[in-house]
Each structure stands twice: as C-alpha cells, then as structure tokens.
Design a protein around this ligand. Structure first.
Ligand SMILES: [Zn+2]
Length: 428
C-alpha cells in the first residue's frame, strides 16, 4: 500500500510531499509523483509524528460499559495518537503476564493504535507486595512502564524495591503521587474555594511530599522514576531541582491541568471532578511554563472514561476522571501553541518523542524522514470546533470540554503507513 501526502508542513515547515510505502516514510520532498499511489491532499495541514500517550484508561477488562480497548483505540486515533499506554487499574488488575498479554492482544485486534499495557507495581494495586514485574516485562506485551495509578505506592520501602527491580530491564515506575493520609475524603483542590464550597480539600502538599520522597529514592537507587499528572506549581519546582541534580526523573501533565482551574468546581458539575484535582490559575501558569521549558517532559491524557451512573451524580459520590484522547492536541494548541509557549517541534517533542522514549517504544516518536516508520498525523491548525460529547468515539461522555470551542482538527492519522483516520473520521 502506497500513499502520497501532498503539501504537508512537516513540524510547521515549508510544504512538502511525503511518500508512505510498506509502513515507512519512503521519501520526503517537493512535487513527488508516484503512479498508483493513494493521494492525500494536505494543503495547509501540519504533519506531526503520531502522538504517544503515557496514560490512558481503556477500562477493559472489567468495565466495558465505560470503554473498551477498541473504542478507546478509535478515540485515540481520532486524537492523532499512534500509541497509548493502557493503565493497569482494570478488573482483573493488569498485575500478571496473562492480563497484560490479553490487553496487548485486544489492541492488536483493534489495530487502530499500538496499545502498550502498563503493569501494576503491586498485586491488586493493594500496595502490599510487588506484582510479577519481571514476568510482565518478559511477556509478549514487553511491559516497561509500571504503575498503580489510581493509587499511590505509598509505602516508601515498597517503592524503593520497585525502583530497584525495574532497573534490571530498563523499566520505569510511574507514580500517582498522592499521600493517602493527607487526602482522605478529598473532593477538590484545598484552599479558600474548597472551604467556601464546603468540599473537603486535596492539598498540594499531598502530591509534592510524595514527589520529593520519590526523587530522593530514585537518586539513591539509580533508577528511572516517572511522575504521573503533575498538578501543582510546587511539583514543577521539585522536578526542576531533581533534574538539576541529575536524578533520572520524568514527568507528565494532563491537558485538563493545562487549561482548566478549580473555578470549574463552582458549578458542582461532577464532570470537573478529577484526581489530582483541578488547581489554581497560578498552578496552570507554572505547569505551562514547566512544559515549555522541558521540566515537564510530556503531555499525557489520563483519559478516564466513566459510565453515566458513575459520573452523573452528586459531586461527592461521582468517580473522579475525564475524557482526554480526542481533545488533547486541541487543548495543547489552545494552552501553549497559540500563546507562543510551544512551537510545532515542541509539540512533537512533548506529545510524541519524549513519551515514546520514556516508554521505550520502538517505532514511535521518530522523525518524519525517509526510512522511518510512517506513524504520523495531519492537523488543520486553522479549524475550530465546538466539542459535542455525543459525537465522541469514546463509549463514555464525560468530557470537561463539552460546549467549548477549541482550535485544531486532526484530519488524518497513519499507523505504519495505513490510515486509521481520514477526513477527520475513523477508517474502521
Ligand atoms: Zn492517577
């Protein structure tokens, strides 16, 4: 199968043609002509390497009413992703080679993105004893990222052992940084607003204390640590300090923490309930700056689909979490590209190159150059659209962007040269 993309601006540069053949970029240049090739007109479109998500909840096995590997893969492809890491907090938990291989196979069958399973750090996410990390690493799923996400690995001795263990196979522990004894019953960011709204607060210190502890452990052990969904200005400062000391730490920020603030909680609409919670304007500013200067390595969606009955209830009863895959790139455009904080190369770096490197993924996050795998997206940066949850490919509807106009539209996505999205629609 041969595809000729005409006139795409690679990383926002001058228009060029890209020839995709046998799963790879065969040529990049001006006015290519290839008889028999399928031609895609990319006039005015920006070409970026396929996005890589380090943090997706696909809910299968166990909550197929909220999302499946297939529906989540389709949402991802529509968002411009070619690889997603599927978090381990499924039912059963992905804490054995058997479960991670099941998720990996479901991803292969769907064939829309590379689904890369994350393995649980502890058995059943219970934080008591280590899961079979080595067996998951050696499995067909080749797990390199381990996380109890949804829960913090709160026991420092267990966290230390996990860091020591994953070193053997170049793995990384992705920590959901939340000191549980500081967030009992927490509903939103702790501050004046939580006091006024009468909702129990989730203090920034509960995140920052765990990050501080874990960067010291990572330095002591000499292992790789990744911090999930950084949400506070103080966390950015801690990461900056740790990186300046040579600690092998990386971090991600979600689209929603780059755009939305705790003011959304004023509505008491549980669509805005998320863990960690939406923070202050000052935090959003620091997160954008941290992503722009590279202190935060990656944007990761924390795409968290929830069935209606788990989300459309009173705030206190609602499950935390928001959809993210289909709007992630648009939010980054709005929050960072349009204000001039990040250029297209920066977007490619934070949403593809670095997350692929953190996950040790072969074939993703590569330059759009001859010989490289043809994983890419075409974006119309001039398009604007109002988000309609009913039109999303996800099986769930809990988008915090409902009714909001956002810039940018993913027109096409290619996975190893095959279109998964064309004309803004999923191919299968
Ligand atoms: Zn989490």
């Amino acid at each position: 199968m041969t595809t000729l993309i005409k006139g795409a601006r690679v990383l926002g540069g001058e228009p060029a043609d890209l020839l995709l053949k046998d799963g790879r970029v065969a040529a990049v240049g001006g006015r290519l002509s290839v008889p028999g090739a399928t031609v895609v007109d990319a006039d005015g479109l920006v070409a970026l390497p396929g996005l890589v998500d380090l943090h997706t909840h696909l809910r299968e096995p166990g909550r197929e009413d909220a999302e499946t590997v297939e529906t989540g893969s389709r949402a991802a492809a529509l968002g411009g992703f070619t690889a997603v890491h599927a978090m381990a907090n499924t039912d059963p938990v992905a804490d054995t080679a058997g479960v991670v291989e099941q998720v990996w196979r479901l991803g292969q069958e769907a064939g829309l993105v590379d689904v890369v399973p994350v393995g649980a750090v502890t058995v059943g996410l219970r934080g008591e004893r280590l899961a079979e990390l080595g067996a998951m690493a050696d499995s067909a799923a080749r797990v390199r990222v381990f996380s109890d996400d949804g829960h913090c690995v709160a026991d420092p001795a267990l966290m230390r052992r996990a860091l020591e263990y994953v070193k053997a196979f170049d793995g990384v522990v992705a920590q959901h940084a939340e000191e549980p004894r500081l967030t009992v019953g927490a509903q939103m960011n702790e501050g004046d607003r939580s006091a006024r709204l009468g909702l129990t607060g989730w203090p920034a210190a509960a995140e920052e204390a765990v990050i501080a502890r874990d960067v010291l452990l990572a330095q002591h052990v000499g292992a790789r640590l990744h911090v999930c969904h950084v949400s506070t200005a103080g966390s950015v400062e801690l990461l900056r300090w740790a990186k300046s000391r040579g600690v092998q730490v990386t971090a991600e920020v979600t689209p929603h923490h780059l755009l939305l603030t705790e003011a959304c909680a004023e509505s008491y609409d549980p669509v805005f309930k998320v863990n960690p919670p939406l923070r202050t304007d000052e935090d959003v500013h620091a997160l954008r700056a941290g992503l722009a200067d590279g202190t935060i390595d990656a944007v990761a969606t924390d795409h968290a689909p929830h069935a209606v009955e788990d989300k459309e209830s009173e705030w206190a009863q609602a499950r935390p979490g928001m959809l993210g895959l289909e709007q992630a790139l648009s939010v980054v455009l709005e929050a960072l590209v349009e204000p001039g904080l990040l250029d297209w190369a920066g977007v490619a770096d934070r949403m593809s190159v670095r997350p692929a490197a953190i996950g040790r993924l072969d074939g993703h996050g590569r330059p759009l150059a001859p010989g490289e795998p043809a994983n890419l997206l075409l974006l119309d940066p001039a398009a604007r659209a109002t988000v309609d949850p009913a039109a999303l490919a996800s099986r769930s509807r809990n988008s915090p962007y409902a009714g909001r106009e956002l810039p940018g539209r993913v027109v096409a996505t290619f996975l190893r040269g095959e279109a998964t999205v064309l004309d803004g629609k999923a191919v299968k």
